[in-house]
Design a protein around this ligand. Structure first.
Ligand code: FES
Length: 85
């Protein structure tokens, strides 16, 4: 399936998570912290740490390690974080 990562088209496989697509794209970070702008990406990989927050289809704070990709997803880096939901 086709998705976009920060505007660049990528091919993803059914069942991959957003984090897997980002890692396959060579990214090791895709969010910056609210304070200090430090880079964050995959850490726990099981939905606990909230380090992997990313914007998917305009929705912020999506945990990349839990969200399966879907055809046409627009995945974008995130600055800071909203309150985890
Ligand atoms: S890597 Fe920890 S919640 Fe996604």
């Amino acid at each position: 399936m086709r998705v976009r990562v920060d505007g660049e088209e990528r091919i993803a496989e059914e069942g991959q998570t957003v984090a897997a697509v980002l890692l396959a794209a060579g990214r090791d970070s895709w969010r910056t912290t609210r304070f200090g702008g430090r880079p964050r990406g995959l850490f726990c990989g099981i939905g606990v740490c909230f380090d992997c927050l990313v914007v998917v289809n305009g929705v912020p704070d999506v945990r990349a390690c839990l969200r399966p990709v879907a055809e046409g997803d627009d995945i974008r880096s995130q600055d800071g974080a909203e309150v985890p939901s």
